[in-house]
Design a protein around this ligand. Sequence first.
Ligand code: HEC
Length: 136
Amino acid sequence: MGVVTMLITLGRTQSLNSSWREGQWRRLVSAALLFGLVVTPATVMGDESGAQAAGQARLANLVVQDCGSCHGLTLRGGLGPPLRPEDLGDLSVEAIAAIIREGVPDTAMPPWKPLLSPKEIHWISQQLKSGALVSP
Ligand code: HEC
C-alpha cells in the first residue's frame, strides 16, 4: 500500500469518525518519529554506512532465531551444542566459519553457504567467539 492510498484511506476514515482518525494519526506520527530515532544514529554512524549496521542487526537476529532454534535462543545448547565462547574454546574464528559454511555432515547442522555470504559467516563466527550475541 502506497503512502497516497494510506492518506486516502485515512481521509475517508475521517468522515466516519474524526476522533478515531486523530488517534491513528498521532500513532502514525509517533511511529515515524521513533523510527527516525532508531534508524538515524545507525545511518550517520561510522564510515561503512548504515546499510552495514542494518545488515548486522539482521544477522544478529538470524543467529538468535535460526541458529538458536537448534543451539538454544541463548546459545546454551539444545539439539545442537552450546555456542558460547567458553564452549568454542579450541575452535578458531576460521574453524567456526568453516563449520558454519559447510555444516557438519551426518548431523542436523546444515551448511549455510547457500544462505550467507563468506563475509556474513565470518562476522557471525567473530560474534560467537567474542560472545557479543549471548545475553549474560
Ligand atoms: C537444524 C539444527 C541446526 C541449526 C539450524 C544450526 N545448527 Fe549448528 N549444529 C547443529 C548440530 C546438531 C551440531 C553438532 C554437530 C556435531 O555433532 O558435531 C552443530 C554444530 C555447530 C558448531 C560446532 C560447535 C562445536 O563446538 O563443535 C557451530 C560453530 C555451529 N553449529 C554454528 C551454527 C550457526 C552459527 C548456526 C546458524 C547460522 C547454526 N549452527 C545452525 C545443529 C544446527
